[in-house]
Design a protein around this ligand. Sequence first.
Ligand SMILES: Nc1ncnc2c1ncn2[C@@H]1O[C@H](COP(=O)(O)OP(=O)(O)OP(=O)(O)O)[C@@H](O)[C@H]1O
Length: 401
Amino acid sequence: MPVPVAETGYARSTTEHARVDANTDAGASVDWWARMASAKAASDADPNAPKPWLRRPGRDAVENASRAPTRRDIAVPAGVLGIEVRGLTFSYPGIDGTPMEGTTPMIRNLKMALEPGTCTLLLGANGAGKTTLLKILAGKHLVEREKVLVLGREAFYDTGLTSSGDLSFIGGNWQRDVAFAGYNIPLAGDFPASRMLDSIPGVDPERKKRIIEVLDVNVNWRMHQVSDGQRRRVQLAWGLMLPYKVLLLDEITVDLDVLGRAELMGFLREECLSRQVTIVYATHIFDGLESFMTHVAFVANGELKFCKKFEDIEGLKEREPGSLLLTVEGWLREEYVLQRERKLLEKAEKKEFQFSRNNGYASGRTTTTVTYGERLGEKGWLDQSRDRESAFQNSSNAVMR
Ligand SMILES: Nc1ncnc2c1ncn2[C@@H]1O[C@H](COP(=O)(O)OP(=O)(O)OP(=O)(O)O)[C@@H](O)[C@H]1O
């Protein structure tokens, strides 16, 4: 039965919504989710079965005379996972856009499945790969097809996931790339916080009011005069404003005060329970998280060591205050010892000569920083065996180590 917009409590928002008839889009979306859930079950049984959820929503709508989900208040049906990673291996690209030869992939054969209604704490040492994983889940890095699914849709290829607000990623510093100024420029300017918060189309006024209250944001704050914590509050309010179904948080509470952090955690927990959303939260600050999380995922050296329910982890299942810090410290110490052994092994196997690229500076060049590779072999420069390694060695952008 179609649900009138007035009953859902959510105003129509994006252009996608605007295309859809007011009294029928919720019904169409329910139908879409139901069809996708049964298609997913069929595909699990037979890998060759069609996977209609992998199509772009617009195309799907045309082909099947039906619509992709448009109402954000519909819970994800049983059978469709919030997040699914299927044996992902990922390397950061080298200077030519492909993984550098001979380097170990940053993430290796990572498998993970998170259901709606779960809050997962993503843990690991500095450099373990948490941010990388979250960015991949947020669709910010190109990965192989069908390896990373969010709400059954491909995170990198389906841009509708983020543009609809279904997937929200709130990362470290609020930065942006500005032409002629540089990358990662802090988002600041002589404009009020309200300009940021009012710029999001189709926001439910009740939700907006609640979020502004929870984060204690003053909409008149000027963004060039705010403190780091105040800027963070506006960033969070902005990222939470649309009723996401999957939320990825990367160390977002680092500069919030204790009260702000507690209020935010309470709000997220409530969202997880009432709207059955999927939350993944990477942090090194553990205070009070014992009562907040449902799962813990531990990443080390680019591998997912485990992803378990709190109740299934010795030391955490009682949810004693402070137990998370003690338990995680133990895991990190174990990993530190292993890491040291790995490094010693690597050192023993290390080649005499290595090359690496610098931070991108290459004098006099505006395009590629890589030369043609002509190996300096026994025959010297005349040896024509071109390969990538010698390309780096010959490049002005290579440094000897
Ligand atoms: N753009 C990049 N290009 C190449 N390597 C990168 C890039 N970004 C990160 N790395 C490397 O990937 C590894 C994992 O980094 P990542 O930021 O995912 O770690 P993290 O677990 O989030 O660490 P932290 O707890 O310090 O935030 C690090 O060794 C880092 O040097």
